[in-house]
Ligand binder design. Structure first.
Ligand SMILES: [Zn+2]
Length: 439
């Protein structure tokens, strides 16, 4: 339970005033139980008695904080849609599974494996933003009780939507009125979540019209009612929003983090500031729709047009927030088509490529910045004495090439050490994404 990682170069998650992550070369990191006990230059105290530690000589490898995926769904795998297939009838599937206990146990097991895949890919914290019933909380509690292996989970359980809204009737309940939105929020709080999730606008997959992927579906008074109940009981609210009107309604009525985002204007930027709200940028879900040829994405032409609009909106919102000093976090939207539970490193690569940030800034965003936005920065997000031992180890400096994060030498999650971690891979998705990445 106590480890000494010796001769390791550390990128600790913080940025210098110049905006770079300055490495600490040739360090020793002591881990005791769940926490980081000490960090010191390996040469400074070569005689330190490490006999109570399992010593792991890292011989010049590189250590960074465990990644935080601020937006994921454990309910699905991220497989590519089949050719010519329509999106599944989630509502019907949900109606069946909610009545059959063995099906629920099967899905719970799948979710547990996906959480482990995230961990083995270097993600030591996930925020789950919309799931089936209270299954996400069940996975979280089993991990916390050491019954299964997995990352730290912050969960919303099921979300609140409206009839005909995003994932209504499957990953979200359907509120018909402000009163119902308040009642459903109360019921979700009774399932012991960490955050509350609202589905305020539509998305790429459920748009009625070409050119209108993020149409406002949840009336403002419902947003307000849900946020009021959540805030009164100490919960923050995140919301799926993919249009400017949606962002305006969300921020005016109490939402704390905008998920995805859309094109901004001065008024929207002021709303972000007034509410001290943050944006969670998710480029991964837009990539297949917007950039893949249809024969590869297997999406309909209208979904491709909508995907392009969403991608531009996400990019515009992220860049505007970065310019204005508004907090921007990162999440993958794992579980959506072509987004697996082991691809957080791709989101960092996309953040550099499409939003123009440096690799140092992308790594800082996926670690310390995400921890701050999620309110867990006293516990995790940097490599510091007293914080949780949430770390990953790469053979070489990942800032020289972020794609090096796809192969890790070690993952350490709350002090548990995993050597040569291997998530399960979905080859078809892997190939499709790599073709785009390396094109
Ligand atoms: Zn999502």
């Amino acid at each position: 339970m106590a480890y000494a990682f010796t001769h390791v170069n550390i990128l600790n998650g913080t940025l210098s005033p110049e905006g770079t992550m300055v490495p600490l070369m040739d360090q020793t990191v002591l881990i005791n139980e769940e926490h980081i006990e000490a960090i010191y230059p390996s040469e400074a105290n070569p005689t330190q008695n490490l006999c109570n530690y399992e010593v792991i000589d890292l011989q010049g490898k590189w250590m960074i904080p465990g990644l935080i995926n601020a937006h994921a769904h454990l309910a699905s795998s991220g497989k590519a849609p089949k050719k010519g297939s329509k999106p599944p009838n989630y509502k019907l599937l949900f109606a069946i599974l909610s009545k059959i206990a063995p099906v629920r146990s099967f899905i719970l097991k799948q979710q547990e494996k996906r959480a482990a895949d995230e961990l083995y890919s270097g993600v030591t914290t996930i925020r789950c933003v919309g799931g089936i019933l209270d299954l996400d909380a069940k996975v979280r509690d089993k991990i916390n009780k050491d019954i299964i292996t997995g990352p730290r989970l912050l969960v919303c359980n099921t979300a609140v939507s409206v009839p005909g809204g995003h994932f209504a009737g499957s990953l979200a309940t359907e509120a018909h009125s402000a009163q119902e939105a308040a009642e459903q929020t109360e019921r979700i709080i009774a399932t012991n979540p960490d955050w509350i999730k609202l589905m305020i606008t539509g998305g790429v997959m459920d748009a009625d019209k070409t050119g209108e992927p993020g149409v406002l579906r949840m009336p403002p008074e419902l947003v307000e009612a849900a946020c009021r109940v959540a805030h009164a009981q100490g919960f923050k609210v995140c919301a799926h929003v993919e249009s400017s009107e949606g962002v305006r309604v969300a921020l005016t009525h109490g939402v704390d983090t905008i998920e995805h985002g859309a094109r901004t204007d001065d008024e929207i930027m002021q709303l972000f500031r007034d509410r001290h709200a943050a944006l969670i940028c998710t480029l991964s879900p837009a990539i297949p729709y917007a950039l893949f040829p249809p024969e590869k994405s297997h999406c309909l032409p209208e979904a491709q047009i909508n995907g392009k609009i969403v991608m531009e909106g996400i990019r515009d919102n992220a860049q505007a927030c970065l310019d204005a000093g508004i907090p921007v976090g990162l999440g993958t939207d794992a579980g959506c088509p072509f987004i697996t539970h082991y691809d957080m490193w791709r989101e960092l690569v996309y953040f550099v490529r499409f939003c123009g940030v440096t690799p140092d800034f992308a790594l800082y965003t996926a670690t310390l910045k995400n921890a701050e936005i999620l309110g867990i920065d006293e516990e995790t997000g940097t490599i510091e004495v007293g914080k949780a031992a949430d770390l990953i180890v790469c053979d070489t400096n990942p800032l020289e090439d972020l794609t090096r994060l796809r192969n890790l030498a070690f993952v350490v999650a709350r002090g548990k050490v995993f050597a040569n971690p291997k998530p399960r891979k979905i080859l078809e998705v892997e190939t499709a994404l790599d073709e785009e990445l390396y094109a």
